[in-house]
Structure formats: structure tokens, C-alpha cells
Design a protein around this ligand. Structure first.
Ligand code: ADP
Ligand code: MG
Length: 327
């Protein structure tokens, strides 16, 4: 049973709300306003290494939630913070809070509550540090969802893909790297930038959207499943950093197609809205690239420059199908 089968089987029930399980945010209409809610958890040794810089961890714990709000086109309002800590280490907490509020203040996203507990110690090993944030946003107008893609739509992605996965590959000794490119990739892994302004700006333009957290192919698969369409992706158009382009092709493909931790927006829009998409990117200072098309026929095909099918023997990150990774 994989992560998504587990969620569907045990936790998906008929919903009274406008949008619930299966999208980046739940949407709730209250008093004529639409609230977007999302929650994301980071677990030591699962999502981050124990020696991670606590300031970057504070930033990332909130960033991954704001990225889900961005995928719904929601403006961040406030958040709740759940912490399970092995110890009350003041130096660690100081740095964590600095990273957390550094990002929160950028969006005037206020911390309004939470819960704090200590992890139990078993055989002298403390339980893993765990951070769980629930973020609330507000959608003015129509929210973005995973289910609105139509055949004939263009497929777009923001920024570039694969650098966070390359940082992990370098750390695991699977890729050589010079210091500047390692630094750039580490920054993408540890200090992700949620595409909040772009998500908000894409309301009324994009037909569907998701944030890429588990790898391009897997997250595109969610759009395709929920929209009941297929897609063609052009490998040569996929935006990659110079550091990634310097790597052997199989590693590039694995990082870009299945890497995860990118926190870019993947979205669809009718071809008639191309100029609007480009303007949205320009005005929010984020590069946007058209990487493929939505097709009526189901399935996902990746084509190389010559139009030949790229074999994609990768699965994206799934918490119950792979076991040993620290992500
Ligand atoms: P994301 O990567 O944006 O956090 P996923 O692609 O992993 O989301 O999709 C999982 C979907 O299932 C989301 O809509 C999420 O809210 C929902 N979900 C995940 N875990 C649970 C759970 N334990 N109970 C109910 N819904 C869940
Ligand atoms: Mg998401």
C-alpha cells in the first residue's frame, strides 16, 4: 500500500466542504470568504538530517506550507506550530525561531497558536524532532486546484527543477560538485522559496496547479488523475540550473523528473493565456517555462529533443514505498 492508497482507503470520506482531501489545500467558505487550509510535517531523519542548520529548518517548515497555499492561489494569513522536541536547547530554539519568523514576517503571516511537547527517550535515544505546521490562507476569487486541466492546455513550471535532489545526491557521494554549485543546490534544499506571489497572480489564468514537492512526474500525475487527462512533457524544455546541466544525463533526469523538494508551481493554462502567464511570471519576478501539453488520452509521456520517448523508470517520493531516504 503506498502513501496515497493509504490516505484514500482509510481517511477519504464524502466531504461537505468545497475542496478537501486530495488537493494542496482544503477550501472552506465562511461568511462569504474562502479560507485555504493546509498542514505539513517535517520529521528528523525523514525530511531533514539531524545536523541541519536550525535557522533553515524554521524557514523550511513554514515554506513547505506556504508552498501549498501558493498552489491554491491563497494569500497566507496565519499559522499554528506543533513541536515535539528532544530537549529545550536555547541556542537551537533561538535560531529556529529566527528562520521561522524571517519568512512569516515577509508575508505578515502570524503565529496564532500551536502545541509543544518533549519526545520520549527509548534506550537512551530521544525520539525524532518533529515539526508540524498548519497554515491558513485566504483566497479572493477562484482558488486554484489540481482538477481543472483540460486537453489542449499548456503545461508550465516556475523556476527550475532538480537542484534540491542534486544537493542530496552530492551529499550521498553520488555526484561530484564544485563548491559554488554545491552551495547553490544546498540553498534550494534548505531554504526553499514558496511561490506565493505567483500562485496568487495565477488565479483566473491557470486552469490547474500543484506545488512540486515529491517530484515532477508524481505531482504531475496528481493533476492528471484529478483532471482525468494525460500529458506530454518535453525533456529539453525542463528548466535546469547550470550545476545540474553539468551532471550525467541519467542523474539529471532522476533529479528533475523524480527528485522532489523543489517547491515550484506546476500549472496548466489555455494557450490563449500564454501572454498572461508570462506577464504573471515577469511581474512576480519568477521565471515560468512552458514544458509540455495536456492531452485527452490518459498517460504521461516524456519526449527528448528528437521526439523519442524518454524512459522514466523513476517513482516520485512515497513515504511507504521507499524506506531509507532522509527527506
Ligand atoms: P502535499 O504534497 O501537497 O502535502 P499530497 O500530494 O501528499 O499533498 O496529497 C495528499 C492529500 O491527502 C492532501 O490533500 C492531504 O491533505 C491529504 N492527506 C494526507 N494525509 C492525510 C491524512 N492522514 N488524513 C486525511 N487526509 C490526508
Ligand atoms: Mg502540495
Amino acid at each position: 500500500m503506498n502513501e496515497f492508497e493509504l490516505i484514500t482507503h482509510y481517511f477519504t470520506r464524502p466531504s461537505r466542504e468545497r475542496q478537501g482531501i486530495g488537493d494542496d489545500c482544503a477550501l472552506i467558505d465562511i461568511g462569504g470568504r474562502t479560507l485555504a487550509l493546509t498542514t505539513d510535517m517535517l520529521v528528523e531523519q525523514r525530511h531533514f538530517f539531524s545536523d541541519v542548520d536550525p535557522q533553515s529548518l524554521g524557514h523550511k517548515a513554514l515554506a513547505v506550507n506556504l508552498s501549498d497555499l501558493a498552489a491554491a492561489g491563497a494569500e497566507p494569513r496565519c499559522f499554528l506550530l506543533g513541536l515535539a522536541l528532544p530537549a529545550a536547547d536555547s541556542v537551537w530554539l533561538e535560531a529556529f525561531a529566527r528562520g521561522l519568523f524571517g519568512l512569516a514576517d515577509r508575508y505578515q503571516c502570524e503565529l496564532i497558536g500551536g502545541d509543544t511537547t518533549r519526545t520520549p527517550t527509548w534506550r537512551e535515544v530521544p525520539g525524532p524532532l518533529t515539526i508540524s505546521i498548519t497554515a491558513l490562507g485566504e483566497v479572493v476569487g477562484r482558488a486554484l486546484s489540481r482538477s481543472g486541466a483540460w486537453h489542449g492546455d499548456d503545461l508550465w513550471v516556475s523556476g527550475s527543477l532538480g537542484d534540491a535532489a542534486l544537493a542530496l545526491a552530492i551529499r550521498e557521494g553520488l555526484a561530484p560538485a564544485d563548491a559554488p554549485s554545491l552551495d547553490a543546490c544546498q540553498t534550494r534544499l534548505l531554504w526553499p522559496t514558496p511561490r506565493v506571489e505567483l500562485g496568487v497572480r495565477l488565479r483566473g489564468i491557470a486552469s490547474a496547479a500543484i506545488d512540486v514537492s515529491d517530484g515532477l512526474l508524481g505531482d504531475l500525475g496528481h493533476i492528471l488523475d484529478r483532471s482525468r487527462v494525460g500529458a506530454t512533457v518535453h525533456w529539453d524544455r525542463l528548466p535546469r540550473s547550470p550545476a545540474l546541466r553539468g551532471q550525467p544525463l541519467p542523474l539529471q533526469q532522476r533529479c528533475v523528473l523524480a527528485g522532489g523538494d523543489d517547491y515550484e508551481l506546476l500549472f496548466t493554462a489555455p494557450p490563449a493565456r500564454r501572454a498572461d502567464v508570462l506577464a504573471a511570471g515577469r511581474e512576480t519576478g519568477v521565471e515560468v517555462t512552458q514544458i509540455g501539453e495536456i492531452t485527452a488520452a490518459p498517460g504521461l509521456t516524456v519526449l527528448d529533443e528528437a521526439g523519442a520517448r524518454v524512459e522514466t523508470p523513476f517513482s516520485s517520493f512515497d513515504h511507504f514505498e521507499q524506506s531509507s531516504h532522509s527527506r
